[in-house]
Design a protein. Structure first.
Length: 426
């Protein structure tokens, strides 16, 4: 009778899913294995690429195949035409410069572009009138969390507005933007380049510029010596330009191909050289148009060039190979119940902060959690004590807040009435 009355004769049986929820001692993993961004990792987290890393293979194909055609079909005639090993040097320069271009491409694409680590919780309010989502959760408040979408910071004496990132739960530093493709905030964000399959930011912009400029040089190099080959054919056979193209069709194809490619990468190189000299990013140039107002980052052409090419590249703010527990690295802990909530609950309750999608949680799963916490909060009363309107079977405030978060408050109230009926009845 007492066991039926108090309901604490034995511990409730938890399902496997709830056992995983309540147990916060998750397995140790590396950061890259639980990374929230859309990046792709290789070699145990040593290389980080964007989600469109497959485009990198296509870019390598566009660079390597023309050089292979050049060395196989065009340069052979040049080797015979030039003396003193000059012809062999033409092939060697093309091959070496192609390998150099591919290495720079990998340095651009396979490194951290300047990702800013996500915050574990929203920023603390700067005044008493601002509430945060975590504060509302901890205090079981029903008000909508309000975090100012922007705030002002001074950059070289000029006021610059920085935005709050709902996904990363931080105020982005100046010149930082959130890449919708990689799902990361990137420092000094320039753009996301589909040709390299990576964001271009503070830590790889230098390599990106070297890549496009060296690719321009390679295109012009192949273009020039293909024309030299055509001229040699016209002189050797005393024929017209068209007949020379017929005798070396690969030269004609490469002339057209490199001409188009040189206009593309060459124009891109010239544009970024202008951005470097004025200390702008592509994002800033298209969004803010600093031509019409003062640029707070412009220090003059010389200092701007020094900043890009002759300063030390900062260390990555992320150690992707560091070991962490899956719970603490992947999800935000909640201390509203005096303990760390499970990964699934923490992620779902803070999905407004993390920009994720809500996932429905079954009512029976919460019933097990309720029983588990109820055991810790209930104590047997003396046998002759009076049961008040709020007995020790009452659902605690934190469980009610958790239920309200997932729209299950009605189910808990029905369960309360059932328990009261059992206790008051015969």
């Amino acid at each position: 009778m007492q066991g039926k009355m108090y309901g604490v004769s034995r511990a409730p049986q938890l399902s496997d899913s709830n056992r995983r929820i309540i147990d916060t001692n998750g397995p140790s993993k590396k950061i890259y294995q639980v990374w929230r961004g859309s990046n792709r990792f290789f070699l145990g987290g040593r290389l980080i690429f964007g989600p469109d890393v497959r485009s990198l293979v296509f870019t390598v194909f566009l660079i390597v195949i023309p050089v292979i055609l050049f060395t196989a079909f065009v340069s052979q005639r040049l080797v015979n035409e030039f003396h003193h090993d000059l012809g062999s040097s033409i092939i060697a320069i093309a091959v070496v410069f192609t390998l150099y271009d591919i290495c720079i491409l990998l340095l651009t694409s396979g490194r951290d572009p300047g990702i800013i680590p996500r915050s574990a919780h929203p920023p603390e309010p700067e005044d008493g009138g601002v509430s945060t989502p975590s504060a509302n959760w901890a205090g079981n408040q029903g008000t909508v969390p309000t975090i100012p979408p922007t705030k002002d910071v001074l950059v070289n004496g000029i006021v610059v507005k920085v935005k709050y990132c709902q996904t990363c739960m931080l105020y982005r530093p100046p010149r930082c933007s959130h890449c919708s493709i990689c799902n990361n905030c990137v420092e000094r964000f320039d753009h996301h380049c589909p040709w390299v399959g990576q964001c271009i930011g503070k830590r790889n912009y230098r390599f990106f510029f070297i890549f496009i400029s060296s690719t321009t040089f390679l295109c012009l190099y192949v273009f020039a010596f293909c024309w030299v080959n055509i001229k040699k054919i016209m002189h050797a056979y005393d024929c017209s330009l068209w007949r020379a193209f017929m005798k070396s069709p690969v030269s004609g194809i490469l002339i057209v191909y490199t001409f188009v490619a040189a206009w593309f990468v060459g124009g891109l190189t010239a544009f970024h050289l202008y951005l470097i000299c004025t200390n702008q990013t592509t994002y800033e140039n298209f969004r803010y148009r600093y031509d019409w107002k003062m640029n707070p980052y412009n220090h003059g052409c010389t200092r701007n060039l020094m900043e890009i090419f002759f300063t030390r590249i900062p260390e990555s703010k992320n150690n992707f190979r560091a070991r962490v527990t899956e719970d603490s690295s992947t999800f935000n802990p909640s201390l509203s119940m005096g303990r760390v909530l499970s990964p699934e609950i923490a992620k779902t309750s803070f999905d407004v902060e993390m920009g994720g999608k809500r996932h429905a949680v079954a009512a029976e799963e919460f019933e097990d959690i309720q029983n588990q916490f109820g055991l810790e909060r209930c104590r047997p009363q003396p046998e002759h004590s009076d049961w008040s309107e709020k007995g020790n079977w009452e659902i605690t405030a934190d469980i009610q807040a958790l239920a309200a978060e997932f729209g299950m408050e009605h189910g808990f109230k029905d369960r309360d009435r059932t328990h009261r009926g059992h206790l008051i009845g015969p």
